[in-house]
Ligand binder design. Structure first.
Ligand SMILES: [Zn+2]
Length: 502
């Protein structure tokens, strides 16, 4: 069998940290702080303490469900997932078992080759989502030498676990999908998805289909008589790079193992592996517990939650434009715009909002405006996009500058000069603008006058002969070149000066 006929079958569990001010079952802050300072009797699991549900976590989960085209449960409930670990003080985690808040969804995304991102081989794929459930995070343990340090700040932070169907059939599909989820969560402000802060982590389930290269076009429900290698779950991948590297390694490893042993999946045959990012290899951790080994039991301290269609409609109405609708609106503003530019503008919801604001405030032609945003404005925007106060101040100044540009009082070249000066620390656009005008009148205007005078010798002869009205022809020529920016009286005196020198 040829290696290309082995098809990876990948399903992802994506843990997303929801952006809420307080934890899921207590009022402790979710902000970064010194270790063990955002804690209380509830998240430290003192006996007798009672959890109470943070509805903002529920609201963000419903938003995620809508973004993932999922059904939202009309009744959702919580369960205790029992296991022993030093960073799990209660001896169980409050999670959701048989009534997850979101279920049965799907996501459409563009699959791109990681090696050739903008190649024409990109294609659109739809993947099914089994469920997305809301649970609490555990504390964080750090191992150093003989010691293990526990920080409880993270204990109780809300996590949404999104579980896909095993319908990702290549590393490109898995990574493209994971990025799509990040983009959706950020777009709707559900999560910051800051990978470095651990806001998004992946568990990847992977095996290799050994008898059906055609599986690639099939959904999970359409699988028939397929044979595949034992399923491996790779735990706790904390970056797209690690997701990619772990999957690539595991695909090769499983194909090799199959070639040597011929082992195929049979029920219960499943193992958990970790990923060593330094060595680029996966390593065996344990044979996986089946779900019933967690001994899920209903959480008695948190009542069932009813979610009405009205609740869902209200949340939906607050979510605003979707990325697909935003892309369509850019396409209708600027026909034939490249997909690359659309992606650039849609990479950040705020960038798209800025485009819409600037379009309304400046009345600039959309193509010109997008061109400016992606070229001249992008370096400033990248710096300012997370600093709301500075950003609004900057935008107010930019609007005035862009209106000058729209009215041809500032050329594209001059804009470039202003923005590049601004990027090295000149913060006052008014000052930059007046400098530009002075420069132009002092230096450029005289040289324009000189050129006009020199290229119209017969007109100059008429003026010298006393025909004062002929001078207006030259003034008109200079006005035309400067697009009406210069003062006619000043032009006249510069013309006189030049003619006197001849
Ligand atoms: Zn607490």
């Amino acid at each position: 069998m040829n290696d290309t006929e082995f098809i990876p079958i990948i399903g992802l569990e994506i843990h997303v940290q929801l952006k809420t001010a307080s934890k899921l079952f207590c009022s402790c802050s979710t902000d970064e702080a010194d270790p063990n300072s955002n804690v209380c009797e509830i998240c430290l699991a003192y006996p007798g303490s009672m959890p109470s549900l943070n509805l903002e976590g529920v609201r963000k989960s419903i938003m995620a469900g809508i973004a993932l085209n999922s059904h939202i449960a009309d009744i959702t409930s919580w369960d205790r997932k029992s296991y022993m670990y030093p960073d799990l003080f209660k001896g169980y985690q409050i999670s959701q078992y048989d009534r997850p808040i979101c279920y049965d969804g799907n996501v459409e995304f563009i699959v791109r080759s990681r090696k050739n991102y903008y190649s024409s081989d990109a294609y659109i794929k739809r993947i099914g989502i089994f469920r997305a459930h809301l649970e609490e995070d555990t504390a964080k343990s750090t191992h150093e030498g003989d010691f293990t340090y526990i920080d409880a700040n993270k204990a109780g932070i809300p996590l949404l676990e999104i579980v896909t169907k095993p319908e990702l059939y290549s590393v490109d599909e898995a990574v493209s999908f994971a990025k799509k989820v990040r983009d959706l969560m950020r777009w709707f402000d559900i999560s910051e998805c800051d990978m470095e802060k651990g806001h998004m982590r992946f568990d990847a389930n992977i095996s290799i289909c050994v008898n059906n290269p055609n599986i690639k076009s099939k959904s999970y429900e359409e699988w028939e008589d397929i044979l595949f290698t034992p399923i491996v779950e790779i735990k706790n991948l904390n970056s797209f790079g690690n997701l990619e590297a772990a999957l690539e390694y595991e695909i090769k490893r499983q194909i090799e193992e199959y070639k040597q042993t011929g082992n195929l999946y049979s029920k219960g045959q499943k193992e958990t592996r970790g990923f060593d990012a330094d060595k680029g290899i996966t390593y065996i951790q344990r044979k996986k517990e089946e779900a019933n080994e967690y001994r899920y039991i209903p959480e008695p301290d948190i009542p069932y939650l009813e979610i009405t269609q009205e609740d869902i409609d209200q949340i939906k109405s607050q979510m605003g434009i979707t990325p697909l609708e935003a892309a369509d609106s850019i396409r209708s503003d600027v026909p034939n715009i490249s997909e690359y530019v659309i992606e650039l503008i849609l990479g950040e919801r705020r960038l798209f909002d800025i485009y819409i604001d600037l379009k309304q405030e400046t009345g600039l032609e959309p193509r010109k405006l997008i061109n400016l945003i992606t070229n001249e404005l992008k370096p400033d925007l990248d710096l300012l996009i997370d600093q709301q106060d500075k950003l609004s101040d900057w935008l107010n100044q930019i609007i005035q500058v862009l209106i000058y540009f729209r009215d041809n009082k500032v050329s594209q070249n001059q804009l470039k000069i202003m923005f590049s000066k601004h990027q090295v620390g000149e913060t006052d656009f008014e000052k930059l603008l007046s400098e530009l005008k002075n420069d132009e009148v002092d230096i450029d205007l005289q040289s324009i006058v000189n050129t006009v005078v020199e290229s119209n010798p017969s007109v100059v002869e008429q003026i010298k002969g006393g025909k004062e009205s002929a001078k207006m022809f030259l003034v008109g020529q200079v006005m035309k070149i400067t697009k009406g920016k210069a003062d006619p009286n000043e032009i006249k005196s510069l013309i006189d000066k030049k003619i006197n020198e001849i």
